[in-house]
Design a protein around this ligand. Structure first.
Ligand code: AMP
Length: 432
């Protein structure tokens, strides 16, 4: 029978890789705790309408990348393509945004039907932060500090660049959109069908057209920056000032617009040139209109999302994951001969109780000395504790051996009662 395979673009994370994931997750959680953010969890499935109303009907994500279907009740649902919409829905539904400031973080899988390639998947994972009820730019600087501190924690700061842009308020963008539509109408005969369709629904998308004829028609196109209000410019200048004083380097990128409609004022992306084509590792900005747009009150907001797979790719390729994070097993306790099972289980447990920081595997399933030792080596443990009985005696074993699982094969014998203490000393010695 043909074996079933995973869905294209959806990855299994196998034990050897999940150690890198755990390393990254714990770094993120350490950092986010320092900033006092609280975790929020929300479903992977939502009403499709939520994403249409937030991300925007005429965006790549909503037009062609969502996994949407009618469920058995006939409700049209979608797997979440990003976290902000669900976070806002959940927080507002439970009254967390009413006259309050909130700082949230989340993590989990997101789903987009994109063309899979290195760094781009159909199920991928994000860490995100969302802050509500603060006008900025101090909170904007704070969320950027979180990302910067994470890069520091992971020793990736030298490989990431912060790109910033000011896309203006919703009103500025609406004015710009009208001017753009007017301009595009005057060039209608030079546009392709796609651009003509978008000219009314989402004229800003026409600017990204890959068609050289369309690009040629855009020579004297109005510029967004000419429509950005003085207030928005001031916010942006103040943010830059805060970033300078926090020693967070950035470059301005006037082409940075982001693929989601809900952003306003400052938007940003951290990018790297270590990943090839998929160089965006973290994206975010302000989205002051979104809560109201989804039926809530006027609640100012900003946040970002980090692509976990891309960070893992960076960490792996740059060799930034410390060896001990990749070695979860410290001790392998062997169980050789007759009537040693109970004592083996007891000893492994005694080590765990006395040295709770260590990972201890207790051998199961019997077998000869050599095959057990081979398993001990293969487990990645640093030392083996060897419980071995030659004959078939009934008496309890008095001593066990500790053996270093490297070429030195250094071995020592000790009374079983002191083994938990001795293994810790043995391991410490090898680290110093
Ligand atoms: P976005 O929600 O599009 O702003 O994306 C935020 C971050 O998520 C990006 O900077 C990427 O690191 C990551 N990301 C977005 N789409 C994908 C994807 N299809 N596969 C892997 N990572 C992604």
């Amino acid at each position: 029978m043909e074996k079933l395979q995973a869905i294209r673009g959806m990855n299994d994370i196998l034990p050897e890789n999940s150690l890198s994931w755990q390393y990254l997750e714990s770094a993120f959680q350490r950092v986010i705790k320092r900033f006092g953010y609280q975790e929020i969890r929300f479903p992977v499935l939502e009403h499709t309408q939520l994403f249409k109303r937030s991300i925007g009907e005429v965006t790549d994500i909503v037009e062609k990348e969502m996994y949407s279907f009618d469920d058995r009740n006939g409700d049209n649902l979608s797997l979440r393509p990003e976290g902000t919409a669900g976070c806002v829905r959940a927080a507002d539904q439970h009254g967390l945004l009413y006259n309050q400031q909130q700082r949230f973080w989340y993590q989990g899988p997101m789903f987009r039907h994109e063309r899979p390639q290195k760094g781009r998947y159909r199920q991928f994972h994000q860490f995100g932060v969302e802050a509500f009820g603060m006008p900025g730019p101090d909170i904007d600087a704070e969320v950027l500090q979180i990302a910067a501190m994470l890069w520091q924690e992971l020793d990736l700061s030298d490989f990431l660049t912060l790109e910033l842009n000011n896309i203006g308020s919703a009103e500025d963008r609406a004015n710009f959109g009208s001017a753009l539509t007017e301009f595009l109408q005057s060039k209608e005969d030079q546009l392709d069908e796609d651009a003509r369709n978008r000219m009314h629904t989402n004229p800003m998308r026409v600017l990204d057209s890959k068609n050289p004829d369309v690009q040629a028609a855009l020579i004297d196109v109005p510029l967004l920056e000419d429509f950005v209000s003085a207030e928005s410019k001031q916010h942006y200048a103040e943010l830059q000032d805060l970033l300078n004083s926090a020693s967070i380097d950035f470059i301005e990128n006037p082409r940075l617009v982001r693929g989601l409609d809900y952003y306003n004022n400052c938007v940003f992306e951290w990018t790297t040139d270590t990943l090839g084509a998929q160089g965006a590792v973290c994206g975010g900005g302000r989205y002051d209109g979104l809560v109201a747009q989804l039926g809530g009150r006027d609640v100012l907001a900003c946040g970002f999302a980090i692509g976990v797979e891309r960070l893992i790719l960076m960490l792996d390729s740059l060799g930034k994951i410390p060896q001990d994070a990749l070695q979860p097993i410290d001790i392998y306790v062997t169980c050789i001969g007759q009537n040693v099972t109970k004592q083996t289980l007891d000893l492994a447990q005694a080590i765990r109780e006395s040295q709770p920081q260590l990972g201890v595997i207790s051998h199961c399933g019997g077998g000869k000395f050599n095959s057990q030792l081979k398993r001990a080596f293969n487990s990645g443990a640093k030392i083996a504790v060897i419980l071995e009985r030659d004959g078939d005696g009934e008496s309890t074993l008095e001593t066990a051996k500790i053996r270093r699982l490297d070429d030195s094969a250094e071995t020592a014998s000790h009374k079983i009662a002191v083994i938990p203490q001795k293994v810790a000393e043995f391991l410490e010695k090898s680290e110093s």
